[in-house]
Design a protein around this ligand. Sequence first.
Ligand code: NDP
Length: 284
Amino acid sequence: MVKIINGKEISNSLIEKLKEKVDKLKLESNVCPSLAVIMVGDNPASKIYVNNKKRICEKIGIKSYEFVLPANAPESELLKLICGLNKREDINGILVQLPLPPHINEKKIIENIAPLKDVDAFNETNVGKIMTGNFKFLPCTPAGIVYLLKESNIKIEGQHCVIIGRSNIVGKPLAMLMLHNNATVTICHSKTQGLREICKTADILIAAVGKPKFISSDMIKPGAVVVDVGINRDINGYVCGDVDFEKVKDVASYITPVPGGVGPMTIAMLMKNTITAALLQKNI
Ligand code: NDP
């Protein structure tokens, strides 16, 4: 019988723990972690994400600041804002909500966030540290996935983990993290030959493709753990993952649902990184 990994429940319990940590920090060290979220334009999906982050910050006791620039704001204005926030002692974490309008160079923006305030862990200093294992922050989605697996007592060491997707924010850092946890890792992408056969050898299969119901039950080894990172819309407009959940759940031993699986963990990990940033900046 398949076990559904309840990301909502696991993330709520982490959020409770983080709240206790922040209460203690305020009481014992007079430190209140803070997060600055920058949005350029008024993309409706970005607005929802930003509001969710604000709501969870409030729940934990993290101070949140929101900066909204118009969609046509020049890149220089955004860089100036980041430069100012880098210097402010009352700001511990800086997050630029992506995607940015096409006239702004995302890479340049990310590289201008001070590494100790880069709570998304997207800039090259932090990415490099993930490679060597000497990291301060981990990117939120990969860290959330490993947290889900560990909380569900799923063995990672020695297991064959197949990751479909090689993006800089999910696939690649996740592969490193799984490797640090002693999994044997295979990364697949759109040019991979024999994807189905490779997937069938996975003890842990992680799909980060961005294609609705791309993973079918005949790609799953019986008893495999299946983690679905995708957030898509099905033909009826409903949110769905990359995995054909209804069919795959009959073959897998564990599976994450969409929504309610990996998604809630991403935001909880952002909060964790913000607290870590505050501790590092205050030398606690
Ligand atoms: P990207 O579009 O950056 O990457 C998708 C990856 O899938 C690419 O590496 C691509 O290969 C690969 N791919 C595409 N088609 C195929 C195929 N037919 N066979 C094998 N591989 C294929 O996406 P992201 O990594 O940013 O996101 C992936 C999904 O996860 C999206 O649905 C996104 O919304 C979701 N997401 C969810 C988060 C959460 O919190 N739950 C957080 C971040 C993302 P190639 O490199 O060759 O193009």
